[in-house]
Design a protein. Structure first.
Length: 138
């Protein structure tokens, strides 16, 4: 397996099957060109497209410093349970350390045992202390 940083809209578009919705070129370009936004793609030998991705965004606060927000992780169904998700999370965590982030965090839907298992296998811990409050601007 090889993990590479996405550097073009074309690379992101080829990975569209891993995303929740179709990739929009203007949004992909905006993500890739925004400081502090990171997207890594996982490639397996013999696969005709990336088999997984992880995205993260650096967040900075005046009294806390920088931390990495793990925005999304996805691995194609046939490639799950092979350590690809763990490796992607590890790569994002390593980048966070390189950039001086003091930690990394992710939100996980209640009952998403697959995601929780991947994050735990990569060294993450569920502290059980969070609720999610959302605003819908649509």
């Amino acid at each position: 397996m090889e993990i590479r940083r996405a550097g073009s809209v074309a690379e992101v578009t080829v990975a569209e099957h891993l995303f929740d919705h179709p990739v929009r070129a203007e949004w992909a370009e905006r993500f890739l060109s925004s400081a502090g936004h990171h997207l890594f793609l996982a490639y397996e030998e013999g696969a005709d497209a990336p088999v997984g991705f992880v995205s993260g965004v650096e967040t900075v606060h005046p009294d806390k410093g920088a931390e990495m927000f793990l925005y999304e992780l996805a691995v194609a169904e046939p490639y799950r349970r092979r350590g690809i998700g763990r490796a992607l999370v590890g790569r994002l965590a390593a980048l966070g350390r390189e950039l001086g982030c003091y930690g990394m965090w992710v939100l996980v839907d209640t009952g998403n045992d697959v995601a929780l298992a991947a994050y735990r296998s990569a060294g993450g811990e569920d502290d059980g202390s969070c609720s999610v409050v959302t605003w819908d601007f649509a």
